[in-house]
Design a protein around this ligand. Structure first.
Ligand SMILES: C[S@@+](CC[C@H](N)C(=O)[O-])C[C@H]1O[C@@H](n2cnc3c(N)ncnc32)[C@H](O)[C@@H]1O
Ligand code: SF4
Length: 416
């Protein structure tokens, strides 16, 4: 309901987001600015009950076939370029990319044939992946940033999430000693049994043992997840988010997005907040000026498409002007900053012409402050964003992923 209302108001139309199963082997990305790269590695040792991401249990033979298909997909896309293209960064997400640590170098070498990666390479790590030899492999492959899915250092919270502490603190210290430029630690809040005190302790443990950034995600109960224990209430989430913000402010850690906080003068680990990106692998998404594409979630269907020299796109959304503008605003608001000049460069229309009234309202309600002709989200604005983002996750992402988990190529998905 809330998401529909926002969509209708901002798009000035009742037209829903309509994803269709049309696809093309040609991607129009040659002229995209600030292009990022994402590679999805869908393998896990075992599944966590709370996790909605596209994954399968690791199997050596399947991983070998997946790697071949992944390299072929990169070649199919990269060979469309006339020369090498500069890109901002490369992120590996999952799943658990470290399960293919010995393949990452080959995948990166293949990408390097077509792209010049300017701001580093990031990899998501499950804490159980962390050991000297894997970290060495990552460094040799050129990885500069890591994000560790700790979730909590507290035993009770971990067991409510169905996880066991296998020496998380020692593993984080090992990563610290390995000397990556950015070390992000993922923490979940509003876990049953969690108190504010436990949460703030988790934050302090992360920062004092090597994290340069923390990502604090509110626990979301996806309809297809297998959670024995449910998240705390929205009221509790609101209190906990405020406690995180106040604590980080007090201890000199900068808020870098609605859900991330960093030590001063450190780089950001952020695989989603980019103006355009190319995604490779199952479930990976591609965002371009005119369209948004999602690859199939089925590994077999993915490999089969690639073997037939076809891109593994499952669904495509062709943006209307305002839909593209909403997408832009959504992710820039998440990063707490909306720059009208950048907006006009990407969207092709002045921000004030499209959303002058909404910006005025947001300023009046205290959601944003204007400084030097740019709009900054306030803590109040960030709280409402956090609320809407969860509603959007439930209404859009949950619905979409629920279908894509079981249907490799749905005819269409309509998000209202
Ligand atoms: C792809 S996942 C995990 C990466 C890595 N495989 C791991 O297990 O540590 C990325 C992050 O999303 C967050 N996440 C996953 N499911 C969530 C949920 N239901 N609610 C809130 N955050 C979630 C977790 O913090 C997780 O570390
Ligand atoms: S949280 Fe990580 S390890 Fe657990 S199922 Fe999700 S991707 Fe796999």
């Amino acid at each position: 309901m809330l998401t529909s209302l926002i969509r209708i108001c901002l798009s000035r139309s009742f037209k829903p987001f309509e994803f269709k199963n049309t696809y093309s082997n040609n991607l129009n990305f040659e002229n995209e600015q600030d292009l990022g790269l994402y590679v999805h590695i869908p393998f896990c040792r075992s599944f966590c009950s709370f996790c909605p991401y596209c994954k399968v249990v690791y199997n050596e033979d399947l991983a070998k076939r997946y790697k071949i298909a992944l390299i072929r997909e990169i070649q199919m896309v990269g060979s469309q370029l006339k020369g090498e293209k500069r890109v901002t960064s490369l992120y590996f997400g999952g799943g658990t990319p470290a399960l293919m640590a010995d393949c990452l170098k080959d995948i990166i070498d293949c990408l390097n044939k077509y792209f010049i990666i300017q701001n580093g390479i990031g990899v998501e790590l499950h804490p159980d992946d962390i050991c000297q030899s894997t970290l060495k492999q990552l460094k040799t492959a050129g990885v500069t940033m890591v994000s560790i899915g700790i979730q909590s250092f507290n035993q009770q919270c971990l067991s409510a999430l169905g996880r066991k502490d296998t020496g998380f603190l020692n593993r984080l210290q090992l990563v610290h000693r390995a000397g990556f430029e950015v070390v992000d630690v993922d923490l979940i809040f509003a876990i049953p049994t969690q108190t504010e005190e436990v949460l703030l302790q988790d934050i302090e443990i992360a920062f004092t043992n090597g994290a340069t950034q923390i990502s604090t995600y509110p626990f979301i109960d996806f309809t297809f997840a297998n959670n024995t224990y449910k998240p705390l209430s929205e009221k509790e989430k609101k209190k906990m988010l405020k406690a995180i913000v106040d604590y980080c402010k007090k201890t000199g850690r900068e808020r870098t997005s609605v859900w991330t906080f960093a030590k001063a003068k450190t780089g950001k680990y952020s695989s989603i907040t980019r103006d355009s990106f190319l995604g490779f692998g199952v479930s990976a998404t591609t965002l371009l000026r005119k369209e948004f594409k999602i690859n199939t979630f089925s590994i077999e269907a993915y490999i089969d498409r690639i073997c037939r020299n076809q891109l593994p796109t499952s669904l495509t959304l062709s943006f209307t002007l305002r839909q593209r503008a909403i997408y832009y605003l959504f992710w820039h608001a998440y990063s707490l900053l909306i720059d009208p000049n950048k907006f006009e460069k990407i969207i092709g229309y002045p921000l004030f012409k499209l959303y002058g009234f909404e910006l005025w309202i947001c300023e009046r309600l205290g959601f944003m402050k204007k400084r030097n002709n740019r709009y900054y989200l306030t803590d109040r604005g960030a709280y409402y964003y956090h609320y809407v983002e969860q509603a959007y996750t439930t209404a859009y992402i949950d619905k979409m992923w629920r279908i894509l988990r079981t249907t490799a190529f749905p005819e269409k998905i309509v998000l209202k």
